[in-house]
Design a protein around this ligand. Structure first.
Ligand SMILES: Nc1ncnc2c1ncn2[C@@H]1O[C@H](COP(=O)(O)OP(=O)(O)OP(=O)(O)O)[C@@H](O)[C@H]1O
Ligand SMILES: [Mg+2]
Length: 248
């Protein structure tokens, strides 16, 4: 089957600074890839290159068969199929949960109000928030707001979901409910790239774990192998620090 994402020799510089230095990554349909690695290693930049929030400096990024670094690409047509969930939820604060989940459906997919609301309510039910459709984001907890952000993304019927540390802004007791929603998505067959520091989640849910360091993929493999018995000393050091923050 064709890859959902196929990245070849991706380079990205900000001015003189090269932050991605030749990344190769292929994600198959239904695959869940977790990206781990130290701060500044280029994880967010990599995700942002997958939906053209950043322009690659060199290399190829194919998403659903389309080369998105092609200057003539219709990037909106590609982005339509790619859901993105960030650390900050970016909900419209003056709109209800339901409105947040219908705006893009109506504008981009040109769905009718009734159709968009039906789809939104289905997805709000999926994340356990159908009963909060009329609330505004400020009336919700951080975990609930992030679940709305996921429902909003799902309402666009994405073929690929990108998550950039979706739980790292949450109070610890709210992390689990968001991870549970993501796990269910993964089990339902969604293709996902997840940047996360939640190692237990990565180990359980990821088909593959990618360890980034200094703008390259230093190690990748089955979750159990990379997290359980990493090959590279740098991976081991990183995991020691993340799994035991008092470790030096
Ligand atoms: N818009 C930008 N302009 C200049 N430098 C940038 C820009 N975005 C990112 N960088 C730099 O690129 C490097 C990689 O950043 P990136 O955000 O991808 O790292 P990360 O692995 O996601 O880190 P973190 O775990 O802290 O989120 C960092 O050194 C960062 O300062
Ligand atoms: Mg980041």
């Amino acid at each position: 089957m064709n890859a959902v994402v196929e990245i070849t020799d991706l380079h990205k510089s900000f001015g003189p600074r090269e932050v991605l230095r030749g990344v190769d990554l292929t994600v198959a349909p239904g695959e869940v890839v977790c990206v781990i690695g130290p701060s500044g290693s280029g994880k967010s930049t990599l995700l942002r290159c997958v939906n053209q929030l950043e322009h690659a400096t060199a290399g190829s990024v194919r998403v659903l068969g389309t080369e998105i670094n092609d200057p003539d690409v219709d990037i909106d047509a590609v982005r339509q199929h790619v859901g993105m969930v960030f650390q900050s939820f970016n909900l419209f604060t003056h709109q209800t949960v339901l409105e947040n989940c219908t705006v893009a459906q109506r504008k981009v997919l040109r769905r009718s109000k009734a159709e968009a609301e039906k789809v939104a309510l289905e997805n709000l039910a999926r994340v356990g928030l159908a009963d909060r459709a009329g609330a505004t984001p400020s009336q919700l907890s951080g975990g609930q707001q992030q679940r709305v952000a996921i429902a909003r993304a799902l309402s666009m019927d994405p073929a690929l979901m990108l998550f950039d540390e979706p739980t790292s802004a949450l109070d610890p007791e709210l992390v689990g409910e968001v991870l549970a929603v993501m796990r269910e998505l993964a089990e339902g067959g969604m293709t996902m790239i997840v940047v996360t520091h939640e190692m237990a989640f990565a180990r359980d849910v990821a088909d593959r774990v990618v360890f980034m360091d200094g703008g390259t993929i230093l190690e990748e493999g089955p979750a159990d192998q990379v997290i359980g018995t990493p090959r590279e000393p740098r991976t081991r050091e990183f995991l020691d620090r993340v799994l035991d923050p008092t470790h030096r």
